[in-house]
Write a protein that binds this ligand. Structure first.
Ligand SMILES: [Zn+2]
Ligand SMILES: [Zn+2]
Length: 52
């Protein structure tokens, strides 16, 4: 599994967030610990939604 924002590999058990895209609800957004902390923007690959 990879971070949607920085493409870093997510290690199982690591602190990360995983949620469905708020707009299309289809694409899974994964944000690693680092990107979660810095509140990096993510972009949905499916619908192009950009969110914090
Ligand atoms: Zn990341
Ligand atoms: Zn989407």
């Amino acid at each position: 599994m990879k971070c949607t924002v920085c493409s870093a590999n997510i290690i199982p058990g690591e602190n990360y967030v995983e949620f469905a895209c708020p707009k299309c609800g289809e694409e899974k957004i994964v944000r690693c610990k680092k990107c979660k902390m810095t509140a990096n923007e993510y972009a949905c690959k499916k619908c192009g939604f950009v969110g914090p």
